[in-house]
Design a protein around this ligand. Structure first.
Ligand SMILES: [Zn+2]
Length: 58
């Protein structure tokens, strides 16, 4: 008898380096997922600049 959970695949976020598990919303492009959350993805885009919340002047 093997005790095996269905277990979701996991990855490590390239930004915060935390492990995260597969989510339904990623089922289409799990291969391409690099970040644990939209937050991390957004951060990686704004390389360095101060964090403004959805305020795009110019
Ligand atoms: Zn992250």
């Amino acid at each position: 008898m093997v005790h095996k959970k269905p277990g979701l695949p996991t990855k490590t976020c390239v930004l915060c380096h935390r492990p995260f598990a597969w989510r339904k919303k990623w089922e289409r492009d799990w291969e391409a997922v690099k970040f644990c959350s939209d937050r991390c993805r957004a951060k990686s885009k704004k390389s360095g600049d101060s964090e403004r919340h959805g305020f795009n002047a110019r």
